[in-house]
Design a protein around this ligand. Structure first.
Ligand code: NAD
Length: 258
């Protein structure tokens, strides 16, 4: 089997800086020979994405601004990508947002606005993006999103993001069911906690890491590279029979009850 991604093109959404999980995914796909297309939320992130991508040797990457709260922007972005490259073979959706003040204390206090914002950006965007990307995946494809244990079980302070992740996980499965007939697979990676810009927003993040070191079977947090390599597996033909699945890359933490 050919494990190289040479000749294939993947869209990576959500690189904010070098700590972003999306950047770990981009590096793994790049090492496997893929051509990369980056999308970013706003010009604020555009500069750092372009600088980071500039450190990847070999193929030139392409860049598009795409705020996923805006349907027109999503449609326009994928129309542009279609014009510029034609076919894509996969997409990594690494996007989430919740108001910081709702990532502490009790879930009970979640505001309507906070609830909708978290679902809009962190969950609905996957469906909107998958719909826009589908016409570009005429050769089949693999769509990947990033989820977290807080969507399956209660994680203190994760609150509205946990509820949005549960919605994202369910969306991933419904999309897998719809898109399977087009030979497009849809899966999620449930990553253990990694220190990123988004993770900083969750209160007591350090305590979570300590808990991982104490109780996870591997007794250490996972790395961006480990998530990136699982993304490579999901984008490659090795995973050709896998769709609608949540793969935990968390050092085994999710299997431990006490
Ligand atoms: P990050 O802050 O580096 O990435 C989040 C990205 O979402 C940023 O690039 C940001 O610009 C983008 N984004 C936010 N609003 C957007 C919008 N309106 N339009 C387009 N993009 C927007 O943090 P990360 O931890 O790498 O997060 C990536 C994904 O991984 C998220 O879904 C997150 O929930 C998930 N995840 C993170 C962890 C962790 O511990 N870091 C664990 C499990 C899952």
């Amino acid at each position: 089997m050919n494990l190289s991604l040479e000749g294939r093109t993947y869209v990576v959404m959500g690189v904010a800086n070098k700590r972003s999980i999306a950047w770990g995914i981009a590096r793994s796909l790049h090492e496997a020979g893929a051509r990369l297309i980056f999308t970013y939320a706003s010009e604020r992130f555009g500069k750092s994405v372009k600088e980071l991508a500039g450190t990847l040797e070999g193929q030139e990457s392409l860049f598009y601004e795409c705020d996923v709260t805006n349907d027109e922007a999503i449609i326009h972005t994928f129309e542009q990508i279609q014009q510029d490259v034609g076919v894509i073979h996969g997409l990594a959706h690494c996007i989430a947002f919740a108001n910081r003040e709702e990532l502490k204390g009790e879930f009970l206090n979640t505001s309507r606005d906070g609830f909708l914002t978290a679902h809009n950006i962190s969950s609905y965007s996957l469906t909107a993006v998958a719909r826009a990307a589908q016409p570009l995946m005429g050769e089949g494809g693999s769509i990947l999103t990033m989820t977290y244990l807080g969507g399956e079980q209660v994680v203190e302070n994760y609150n509205i993001m946990g509820v949005a992740k549960a919605s994202l996980d369910a969306s991933m499965k419904y999309l897998a069911n719809d898109l399977g007939k087009h030979n497009i697979r849809v899966n999620a990676i449930s990553a253990g906690p990694i220190r990123t810009l988004s993770a900083k927003g969750v209160s007591d993040f350090n305590k979570v890491i300590e808990e991982i070191e104490r109780r996870a079977p591997l007794h250490r947090p996972v790395t961006q590279e480990e998530v990136g390599d699982t993304a490579y597996y999901l984008m490659s033909d090795l995973s050709r029979g896998v769709t609608g699945e949540v793969i935990h890359v968390d050092g085994g933490f999710s299997i431990v009850a006490y």
